[in-house]
Write a protein that binds this ligand. Structure first.
Ligand code: ZN
Length: 56
């Protein structure tokens, strides 16, 4: 949906390369900011406790 430019978006991206910006819970749909160094799949949903999925 976003046309924010894939690839080298270095002009103010604080994320660095690769990795989602958010993790989303496939169960309840909540989104949380992705913590760098911690894969979404290793993150538990704060709401329902399911494993989070990366959301790009
Ligand atoms: Zn959840």
């Amino acid at each position: 949906m976003s046309q924010r430019g894939r690839g080298r978006g270095r002009g103010g991206g604080r994320q660095g390369t690769g990795g989602p910006k958010e993790c989303v819970c496939p169960k309840c749909g909540i989104r949380i900011p992705h913590v760098r160094g911690v894969p979404c799949l290793n993150t538990d949903c704060p709401k329902c406790g399911s494993k989070m999925m990366p959301s790009n």
